[in-house]
Design a protein around this ligand. Structure first.
Ligand SMILES: Nc1ncnc2c1ncn2[C@@H]1O[C@H](COP(=O)(O)OP(=O)(O)OP(=O)(O)O)[C@@H](O)[C@H]1O
Length: 210
């Protein structure tokens, strides 16, 4: 999937959150958004996901303009910080409930996604209320991955993960990109940016600066 931003700006009241961003994210590549707290990484991810309507400019997904020709990218997995899941359901029950919306994934697809990112069977059968930070992060990533989207948007995906889970996730994302997914992730982790990402996009005060 190709994501093209043309002069995208977002103003909230008097604050310029995204400042005239033009950029193209290409198929099969992993892009790392880097920048200080509050620089605009999450807002850029939200704009690509169709969750934030630009004040001006266009986000074009495979030639179709968001909020004009399409409401959301057609094949997208997204994690935004602090994704909430119903707590009285297990991890597996949560994703089974989501899978019923689009009917694109089976229970086996969900289980194999959990296995790929290292959420074990006893864990996926535990209620989310009892999840640790890392387990919630894995559920959130599994939620983004299980329908095999062509576009993956991940906000700080290795936050809260232990070393083994981080390595496993990096291998999974590399494999997804090799299969043609476009991946955009925000991270403060230098190893994510230096070793996982093909291209690092630096954001400062809502602008791309390098
Ligand atoms: N709901 C909101 N209303 C108004 N401004 C907001 C809102 N959410 C975020 N902002 C502002 O938008 C700017 C960009 O925030 P964003 O969350 O994109 O930063 P970030 O680069 O992801 O930061 P971090 O590294 O801390 O996650 C900040 O100035 C922030 O204060």
């Amino acid at each position: 999937m190709t994501v093209k931003l043309v002069n995208v700006s977002k103003k909230i009241r008097k604050n310029v959150i995204l400042n005239n961003i033009s950029y193209q994210f290409d198929k099969g590549k992993i892009y790392g958004l880097a920048g200080r707290n509050g620089s605009g990484k999450t807002m850029l991810i939200r704009a690509i996901a169709g969750l934030l309507i630009p004040s001006s400019g266009k986000v074009i997904i495979d030639g179709e303009v968001l909020h004009n020709q399409i409401d959301f990218p057609k094949s997208m997995g997204v994690t935004i910080e602090n994704t909430e899941f119903p707590k009285d359901l297990t991890g597996l029950q949560n994703l089974v409930a989501l899978s019923k919306i689009k009917h694109q994934a089976t229970v086996n697809d969900i289980k194999s996604t959990f296995q790929r990112i290292g959420l074990s069977e006893p864990e996926w059968n535990t209620k989310v209320a009892k999840y640790s930070l890392g387990m919630r992060q894995k559920l959130s990533i599994a939620q983004a991955l299980f329908e095999k989207p062509n576009l993956l948007l991940l906000d700080e995906p290795t936050n809260g993960l232990d070393q083994e889970s981080t390595t496993r996730l990096r291998q999974t994302l590399k494999a997804e990109a090799e299969h043609g997914s476009t991946i955009v992730l925000a991270s403060h982790n230098k190893d994510d940016l230096n070793f996982l990402c093909d291209i690092v996009v630096r954001i400062d005060h809502g602008s791309i600066v390098g």
